[in-house]
Design a protein around this ligand. Structure first.
Ligand code: HEC
Length: 156
């Protein structure tokens, strides 16, 4: 291409040419597995588990609207960082329902599976207004994903 054509696009021309930076960033991104924020966790998994992780990631999409799954931000729901091994209602400062606080459920894959298949069945009158996940495979993939991105509380 001629330099006249390049000069139509200010980013490719002139003293402030920054194209190489864009290139370096793109390469870094590709090297990290296409900018997936979980690429480090993912890269440790077998190919079959990577597929499972990706399915779980997709199933977790609706959870994000109410929960911070990997940090400690309080949204409509409590943050789920360090969830596994915790007793229900573990986030200080979150206004849980009485039902959740009194339930004494400990979050493990088994209890989560029951909760996600029927939130009101495991903890009647809790305030999580999320549709039950009827598909056992989808629940299991989602829990697999959460185990890896939300993880365990220290000491569990
Ligand atoms: C519409 C908002 C909403 C959505 C969507 C939602 N949740 Fe919740 N979730 C809540 C609220 C609110 C609570 C607290 C309920 C209470 O105190 O009774 C909660 C509580 C929880 C708890 C208990 C946490 C604790 O601190 O003990 C878990 C686990 C949980 N949600 C997982 C999920 C998962 C996984 C998804 C996605 C499938 C999801 N939630 C989707 C609002 C939501």
């Amino acid at each position: 291409m001629s330099s006249r054509l390049f000069s139509f696009f200010p980013i490719f021309s002139g003293p402030r040419f920054q194209g190489w930076r864009v290139g370096v960033c793109l390469l870094a991104c590709l090297g990290m597995g296409g900018c997936n924020p979980y690429s480090e966790i993912r890269s440790e998994l077998s190919p079959a588990d990577q597929m499972r992780f990706d399915r779980g990631l997709r199933s977790a999409t609706p959870c994000w609207s109410c929960h911070d799954l990997t940090g400690d931000a309080i949204k409509v729901g409590p943050p789920l960082l360090g969830l596994f091994g915790q007793q229900a209602g573990f986030v200080k400062g979150f206004p849980y329902s009485r039902a959740m606080m009194a339930s004494r459920v400990v979050w493990q894959s088994g209890t989560l599976d029951r909760f996600l298949s029927d939130p009101q069945g495991l903890i009647p009158q809790n305030r999580m207004l999320s549709a039950p996940l009827a598909d056992p495979q989808q629940r299991s993939d989602l829990i697999f994903f959460l185990q890896r991105v939300s993880g365990q509380a220290p000491g569990h």
